[in-house]
Design a protein around this ligand. Structure first.
Ligand code: PEP
Ligand code: MG
Length: 580
């Protein structure tokens, strides 16, 4: 039995067999063939090569068909296809199989890593990026040699605890949700998108677990305690029994809390009313958010349409998704965020040295206006049929906001000309997730209809701490005084301009921050639906006057750790039974 620690990112307990996901670029076991096996091995390689080419062909066609020729994704596929069609590549792999009796896997890895390495050593950043292409191609060939389609590689046969070095959001959404009991990874931070997805799906998860893959071996059993941040590999019988009992207790508390406060309003003891909304990644989540007591959707991350659909979404696919959410919301508001593609979401769209600072979100939309346009058209059509708000991510200055809003005006002008119906007063807001946007919140507040604080990015950009990097996770805190001052500034400026300021970053869904946020004056917050019952219970247990005093005291402190310890103690005092 081995106990390992990491960051608890999605609460609950999972117990089950381990399903290990091999990372891209994993070491290939060296094995040599018998002379009479060589011919069969070459045939196996040829079949894998043909399948890999066909896959890329299909992917390239989809992207070209849906997004148009100039979309860079199709260019990347062309490069991959050209490499796979290069006769020299086949010649070199086959020579290793024939002459040195390498397995196809071993030969593929030897040749492609040789190419990749020579580009990485070229010292030119463009060529270094191309080195990544060879890694990708190798992964594709190795998967095809294992006879797996991309979907099969992610498909679990039995309910399991998924163990990986890291998981891309695209891998996480591809899982069969019924089969993933828990998730544990070596990489990642509290606000990485895998963590966010795990919370959305109610899957217990831990990230940043050092040494995980050497302790949690495939075929063994693991316990993931997503509340305490512990993974136990190969637990003994007594430990298993203890965790089974704890799991039943947690479920009992959750059910009681949800039943107690589910339909009640989020109102403090002295009568201050808050609106608690849900963050969603998929429209099919909407029917369940009401069971948790949500009053609407404060953030719909539409980029996940790219991960769940076979083809990149067109106007109709967007429209169908919005209508599914609108119907289920039955008059409650839906806040749709413009596609936040790039960075870790849809990572190969635009290979860059520094993707979190590059062509992400609105910057990518600016390069591909037709993609933005089709989303806007779908959204405006949907606005005629439900209560919809539109929100731009990653706004860093006023010109970016104006440019995006002008695009909305252009599309509404088309609707006016053609007589198509839409909501003429649909609110158009800005996320505040880049520090510069918080600094100029006064300017933005004059032109935006509402603000929503995206603290996941605001923290990483303010403190220069990668939200996905476990090695700097100790520096990543939404309670850092610098972050809190930006949040307060945004609230103050929004209030002065008379617009709503909400928060949809993960900070809003951490119960230890609730008293502070209520005390700062937030009137609406949006979070993972599963955390709403506890947070509602806390809000109903405190007085706004007390929360204000606590918030003032926290803001006068000088370190994130000090503030956190203070807020944790206040939270436990307010709702001791939630921590029993
Ligand atoms: C945020 O940055 O806080 C946010 C809500 O957006 P995302 O997590 O999708 O980047
Ligand atoms: Mg963000």
């Amino acid at each position: 039995m081995e106990t390992l620690r990491g960051s608890a990112v999605s609460p609950g307990i999972a117990i089950g067999p381990i399903f290990l996901i091999q990372p891209q670029g994993a070491r290939i076991v060296r094995k040599f063939l018998m002379p009479d096996e060589v011919g069969h091995e070459v045939e196996r390689f040829d079949r894998a090569l043909a399948r890999a080419r066909a896959e890329i062909d299909r992917l390239g066609e989809h992207v070209r068909g849906k997004l148009g020729e100039e979309y860079k994704v199709s260019e990347i596929f062309m490069v991959h296809l050209a490499i796979l069609q290069d006769p020299k590549l086949r010649r070199q792999v086959v020579a290793l199989i024939n002459n040195r009796h390498f397995t196809a896997e071993h030969a593929v890895s030897e040749i492609l890593r040789r190419y990749g390495k020579s580009l990485e050593e070229a010292g030119d950043s463009y060529l270094q990026q191309r080195g990544k292409d060879f890694e990708d191609i190798e992964h594709r060939l190795q998967r095809n040699l294992a006879g797996q389609t991309p979907e099969e590689a992610a498909r679990l046969q039995t309910p399991s605890v998924v163990v990986a070095h890291d998981l891309m959001p695209s891998q996480t959404v591809a899982f069969d949700k019924e089969k993933v009991l828990g998730i544990a990874t070596e990489a990642g931070g509290r606000t990485s998108h895998t963590a966010i997805l795990a919370r959305a799906l109610g899957i217990p998860a831990i990230v940043g677990v050092a040494g995980l893959r050497s302790a949690a071996l495939p075929g063994g059993v693991a316990i993931v305690d997503g509340t305490q941040g512990i993974v136990i590999a190969a637990p003994d019988e007594a430990t298993l029994e203890r965790y089974r009992a704890r799991s039943r207790t947690i479920e009992g508390i959750e059910e009681r809390t949800a039943a107690e406060v589910g339909r009640l309003p989020a109102v403090t003891r002295d009568g201050r009313r808050l609106t608690l909304e849900a963050n969603i990644e998929f429209p099919e989540e909407v029917p369940t958010i009401f069971q948790h007591g949500a009053e609407g959707v404060g953030l719909y991350r539409t980029e996940f349409l790219y991960h769940t659909a076979e083809n990149p979404p067109d106007e109709d696919a967007h429209f169908q998704a919005y209508m599914e959410a609108i119907r289920a919301l039955n008059g409650r508001r839906l806040t749709v965020r413009v596609l936040d593609l790039g960075a870790d979401k849809f990572p190969n769209a635009f290979p860059e040295r520094n993707p979190f600072l590059g062509c992400r979100s609105m910057r990518l939309m600016r390069l591909y206006p037709q993609v933005f346009r089709s989303q806007l058209r779908a959204l405006l059509r949907a606005s005629a049929l439900g209560k919809v708000r539109l929100m731009f991510p990653m706004i860093a200055n006023l010109d970016e906001f104006r440019e995006a809003r002008n695009m909305v005006r252009e599309v509404t002008a088309e609707f006016d000309a053609s007589g198509e119906a839409y909501d003429k007063s649909m609110p158009v807001g800005s996320m505040i997730e880049v520090p510069s946007a918080a600094v100029i919140a006064d300017d933005l507040a004059r032109e935006a209809d509402f603000f929503s604080l995206g603290t996941n990015d605001l923290v990483q950009y303010t403190l220069a701490v990668d939200r996905d990097n476990e090695h700097v996770a100790h520096l990543y805190s939404a309670l850092d005084p610098a972050v809190l001052r930006l949040i307060r500034r945004t609230l103050d400026e929004g209030r002065k301009a008379g617009i709503e300021v909400s928060m949809c970053g993960e900070m809003a869904g951490d119960i230890n921050n609730t008293i502070l946020l209520v005390g700062l004056g937030f009137e609406s917050l949006s979070m993972a639906p599963s955390v709403i019952p506890d947070i509602k219970k806390l809000i109903r247990s405190i007085a706004w006057e007390d929360a204000r005093r606590i918030a003032e005291k926290a803001l006068a402190m000088h370190s994130a750790r000090e503030i956190e310890a203070f807020l944790v103690a206040e939270t436990r005092r307010a709702v001791p039974d939630l921590f029993a």
